[in-house]
Design a protein around this ligand. Structure first.
Ligand SMILES: Nc1nc2c(ncn2[C@@H]2O[C@H](COP(=O)(O)OP(=O)(O)OP(=O)(O)O)[C@@H](O)[C@H]2O)c(=O)[nH]1
Ligand SMILES: [Mg+2]
Length: 302
């Protein structure tokens, strides 16, 4: 995980800390660093921000001092990345549930994202996470589009012991979501997690449908499930979803398989939407509720 980025970071630390550098030598190192980041799936704007911040911080504390001081350079670089990523606390969800409980209402969370990014798996993992913290959860299968999608959620969800609200293929997803919310109100469930169909910028109808679901159920949160493996494309996809439907949080699935690491950092930085969880595998437990710690730890080579 994050092998490439952590290697690049280790390399730049070594170069900066191994000898006193002239301003020209330092500039050359920073330029190389920039190109290495871009080749590891870091979005251009994010790579620029990392290099700019590092340049500024190095100047602020004077370069000469870093000769043979790897620890200080490493810390500086980590702080640079830490300042660019934005994460959220999972307690946001549970606190909201406590508030809504008083009103006799569930917290409604709508999951959106591109095809195959990990939405359905993430929905069930988060349901499991919330249940372990004492909250009841109902799932809604609002992907009435892709063949097999309803069965997939029903199988995963009911195996884990959740009630899955569904209709037939071709049914209006907003109506499925509405049913699930009504059911949650009558059962006094704490959460309704709505799984939706994967869509891209060319699926005009599907994008409009996503807006309709939002209009009908007025979710507390819209969560974008992004694929950490999608590289630079992932950043543009997330921005597009944000424009069309408005996002509150990002969950980055397949973090375990992201050998480069660039897209994770870039999605955090470029969308400016906080990351709530990281998906770290295919089983129910593979969900990390401390994305900041996990990302920062991954930056150090093992
Ligand atoms: N390694 C790994 N695989 C994951 C993770 N999350 C999901 N997957 C896998 O990614 C594949 C797609 O996951 P789904 O949950 O079906 O994705 P989706 O976004 O619902 O897909 P569509 O409904 O077709 O758009 C499955 O094989 C999952 O097991 C993760 O965090 N790590
Ligand atoms: Mg799905």
């Amino acid at each position: 995980m994050f092998k490439t980025i952590s290697r690049i970071f280790a390399g730049v630390v070594e170069k900066i800390a191994s000898a006193p550098l002239s301003p020209q030598e330092m500039e050359k190192i920073l330029t190389d660093f920039y190109y290495q980041l871009v080749s590891a799936d870091v979005a251009v704007e994010t790579a620029e921000a990392i290099v700019e911040n590092l340049r500024r911080d190095l100047q602020a504390v004077r370069v000469q001092r870093f000769s043979d001081n790897r620890e200080a350079v490493r810390d500086l670089l980590k702080r640079t990345v830490a300042s660019l990523i934005k994460t959220a606390e999972a307690e946001t969800l549970t606190q909201r549930a406590e508030e809504k409980k008083k009103q006799g209402k569930p917290v409604v969370v709508l999951f959106v994202g591109p095809n195959g990014s990990g939405k359905t798996t993430t929905v069930v993992k988060i349901a499991h996470y919330l249940r372990r913290r004492g909250y009841s959860v109902i799932l809604a299968s609002a992907d009435t589009f892709r063949a097999g999608a309803i069965e997939q959620l029903e199988t995963l969800g009911s195996k884990a012991g959740f009630l899955v609200v569904s209709q037939h293929y071709g049914a209006d997803p907003a109506s499925v979501a509405f049913d699930a919310v009504s059911k949650a109100v009558s059962m006094r469930a704490n959460f309704v997690l709505i799984d939706t169909a994967g869509r891209t910028e060319v699926d005009r109808g599907l994008l409009e449908e996503m807006r309709k679901i939002k209009r009908v159920v007025n979710p507390d949160y819209v969560v974008y499930t992004g694929d950490a493996l999608a590289g630079n494309v992932a950043v543009n996809q997330a921005k597009m979803f944000h424009e069309v439907v408005g996002l509150d949080f990002v969950v980055l699935a397949k973090f375990d398989a992201d050998a480069k690491g660039g897209s994770t950092i870039s999605i955090c930085h470029a969308t400016n939407i906080p990351v709530l969880f990281l998906g770290t595998g295919q089983s129910l437990e593979d969900l990390d509720d401390n994305p900041r710690r996990r990302i920062m730890e991954s930056l150090t080579p093992t």
